[in-house]
Ligand binder design. Sequence first.
Ligand code: WT7
Length: 640
Amino acid sequence: MEDAHVCGMAAYDKLVAEADADPSGYWSRLARELVSWKTPFTKGLDDSQAPFFQWFADGTLNVSYNCLDRQVERGLGDKTAIIFESDDGTVSRVSYSDMLARTCRLANVLRARGVKKGDRVVIYMSMSVEGVVAMQACARIGATHSVVFGGFSAQSLRDRIEGAGAVMVITADHQLRGGKQLPLKAIVDEAIALGGCDAVADVIVYRRTGGAVAWEPSRDRWMHEEMQAQPPTCEPEWVGAEHPLFILYTSGSTGKPKGVQHASGGYLLHAALTTKWSFDMKPDDVFWCTADIGWVTGHTYIAYGPLALGATQVVFEGVPTYPDAGRFWKMIQDHQVSVFYTAPTAIRSLIKLAEADATVHPKRYDLSSLRILGSVGEPINPAAWAWYHQHIGGGRCPIVDTFWQTESGGHLITPLPGATPLVPGSCTLPFPGITAAIVDEYGNDVPHGQGGILVIKTPWPSMIRTIWGDPERFKSSYFPAELKGCYLAGDGAIRDPLTGYFTITGRIDDVLNVSGHRMGTMEIESALVAKTDLVAEAAVVGRPDDTTGEAICAFVVLKGARPTGEEATRIANELRNWVAAQIGPIAKPKDIRFGDNLPKTRSGKILRRLLRSIANGEAITQDTSTLENPAVLEQLAQKN
Ligand code: WT7
């Protein structure tokens, strides 16, 4: 990799030194190189209102101009922006000029329907070109999008529509996943019927399957009909760098999911820069990030980063196991994918399936186009790393284990493929300019080799700006007073004494990571106790799972007698389906255990650590003498 954008550790060290010496100057240099500004900014960092940091604040730009018009102006109009493969295997290619024209038409539709700069638009779609176009169209007119993952329930969607105060919802009639047609529009209808979404004046519907949908003529419009009526050009809305590009709801340890608010200029810079350096993106690469646009990975590494660089990328509608578990490998072969970015959960489940069925083993496919592999969302265990490296990367492709979060906007700690020597299971070293460190609970540095709290000591351009509508919660969640102005990531970590490499040890709050999806234990507990006819009390913990990383384990006390046998199984299933309806199928508890009570101290505190041991099937070694009700431990050890 002699031609890597960041080539060798000396080049990495030089960038780190540049950033250390003058952080604002370093990021400003890159912001001038990677972003096209309508009005150039005169100042990099503004920390006068810390922790509400601002970057490049007096500059103006348009994110969609940067992703689309700029590529056409550079002569890349005919270059393929997106290779779309649908669930059933149909492939279509969309050029940069075509992306621009579609984005402009939809942006004009939004404007014609009265959406203005600063208005919020909820996007509830599956993986599609139109989903990306919808995000770009919002950016084009300065509307702030809030994408809601297509697997969330009507209730969750309603909460997010209301929370954001959205004036419009963009959706599809249905989605296709694994050969099945699943509703989207019907869930939007249900969400709106639940109330609280009065600001929504229009629902724009992309016709994906043509299947039947209910129609509310005063509100619902077909996307294709509206777009046909609009011209393929649209003057971008030039916005200040701090203008909110999007809100994305994510789970915290307490309360309702929080709307993480990102800015335009700083976010776009880091999206473009990390796509360029972490994936060493070159003009001829074919990039494929398998994430959904409903998560931050799909924002930064599908909707924005690759387009800002003029790259070609694959967008996939379906699932990795349909029509069979060789789908990913076949797609890498068919599209000559050179940079592949996926989650450890997907790798672990595909390992199992490949080992069980030789016909879907990656060795049956030609994967020689690959040059770089990426991992994201959760720690990658060394066994999965080794398999990914050998069987997918043919032993020759570096694996970039990228640690970051919804709040960070882009990579925080990651190898750079042409520079950083790799160690399986470690996300290695901070991205140049990111001041990651490990501290104790008072914000003091801990020595390498000693675990602690992962923080980022100084602001970076793509950091969260606030929690939508709740600046106090932003401050207390991410800048707690004891940490002396450091950003609290919410993860534990440890550094190698010799290399200084970081290993993430997992969340230090009540947030679970199930298949790379963030779930708050409180959210699931609230959903369970909302089943008021059945449930008296519930506590949720995580336990390690071979495939999904963590699994959700719920301990439930019913209002009636503790069920056993078939009745317990029946009620457990009823509760699983209830949670799926409240939040979404991703929140379904894997284990549900019933007890006459929960293990509590005499003062009534639930002993979660004890519950974690029980969930794990461990022998109880903790002192249980202070327990009010030690007998329940045995009951709660029974699975249903
Ligand atoms: C949490 C953030 C990163 C975008 C997708 C998830 C965990 C993420 C890694 C990694 C170990 C990781 C952390 C983090 N996480 N990447 N490479 N190694 N842990 O974004 O939903 O905001 O979740 O995912 O616990 O805090 P998210």
